[in-house]
Design a protein around this ligand. Sequence first.
Ligand code: ASP
Length: 430
Amino acid sequence: MNSIVCKFGGSSLASAENIRIVANIIEKDKKQFVVVSAPGKRFDGDIKVTDLLISCYKLSRAKKSFDDLFNKIRLRFEELIYALKVDIDLKSDFDNLYDELNNCQNYDYILSRGEYLTAKIISKLLNYNFLDAKDFIVFNKKNKVNLVRSKKLFKSCINKELCYVIPGFYGKDENNKIKVFSRGGSDITGAIVAVLANLQKYENFTDVDGVFDIDPRKCKKAEIIKMLSYKEMRVLSSCGAGILHQDCLEILDKNDIVLNIRNTFKIGSSGSFILPNHYVKNKSLCGITGEVGYVIINIEALNISRNNKLLQRIVSNLNSYNKEIKRIIEGVDNISLIVKDDDSFIEEKIEDIVGVTNLNISLKRVALISIVGLQVKENRLLQNKIFDSLGKISCRVLAIVHTNQDISFTIGVEENKFEETLNFLHDRLF
Ligand code: ASP
C-alpha cells in the first residue's frame, strides 16, 4: 500500500471507460486515499452531474417538476454501475435525494450528492472502504475548515492499514449539516486529507498534462513546467492559468506538501510538481500568462492625490459593483485604477462610480500580461529584454503594474495586441 492521496476530477470520472482507467492507476500502486469529484462532461455540450443537481434544485424551488432531470442523474449513475459491473444498490440514496429536492431546504446536501454517489460506486469497484467526508471535515462559523477538530475525527475514522475512497467537495458545519466548498472544491478535500493523514505528496489527476509555461490554447509551443513553487503557481493561477482551486495551494504550501498535477489519460508523463517555496532555488523564468478584460480609469485634476475622499468613494463604489481592483497608482495630479471589467460595465457607469462631474476622466481598455519567475521583478536585464521585444512588434506599454511580490512583472497592453504580444514574448524569453 502506498501512503498517498490522489484526487480525480470530474472529467476523469465522466464515463465507465474513464473510471476503468482511473481504477488501473489506483490499483497499480495501491494508493491509500482516493478523493473523487462528481462525473463531469463526457462530450462537448454534456452537463456535469453537479450542474444537473443545481438545475433540479432550481426547478423545485420554482415549484416546477424536476422529475425528468432527476431521472437523467439517476440514469447516469445506473449506467456506470451497470457498465462497471458493480454490485451496489443506491435506491435509498436516490430516495433521500428526491425527498431533499422536494423539501428544497438543504441546498448543500443536494449539491454534494454527485461526489457522494461517485465515491460509493468507486469504493465498491476497488474494494476500498467508503469514508464519508462529512464524518471528519468540519467547518467553523467563519466557513473555514477547523483542521484541529477535523484531524481528531479523521484519526478516529481510519485504520492505517486500510484504503479509502472519499467524496470531495464537502464536509459538515458545526450543526452537523452538510456544507460544500466553492465550485471545484474537491481539490481542497484532497489537500485537507493530505494534511490530516500527514502525507508528503498529493497527486491531483486531471485532464491536462500539468502546468504550462503559457496557455496551450493560445500558443502551440507551450511546454509543461516540470517543477515550480507554490508562489509561482499562485501568481500564474491568479492571472488566468487556473487548473486547480486556489485555496488548496495555500493549504499545501503551509503544510509542506508536494503537489503533483498529472493527466489521467497520459499516465506515462509525470506532469508538474509544485513544491513549497523553500525547495525551489531555480531563479529562471517559470511562465507567462495574462488576460484581456481590464480597464484603466485615469482621473486628472490639480492636487487630486490630496483628495482622499474621492479615492475612497471610487473604491467603495467599485466594490459595491463587485469589480476587482487590480492596482491603484497615485500621482500628484492624477489617479489611475486598473480594474477587471469583462462586460464594459465601467464605461457605462463611470459617472456613478466617480461621482463628480468636473474631473478629466479617461478610460482605456487593456490586457495584462505577467511574466512569472522567482525574482523576475528584480531582474533588470530581463526587463530590458521585454521592452526591447515589445519595441520589435510596436507594442505600446500602457501600464507597468508593480506588485509587492518579487516574482512577477506585469505590463498592460492594448487588447487587440494581446495574443500576438503573449506569443512573441514567450518566443523570445523562454
Ligand atoms: N463537482 C463539483 C463541481 O463541479 C466539485 C468539484 O468537481 O471539485 O464544482
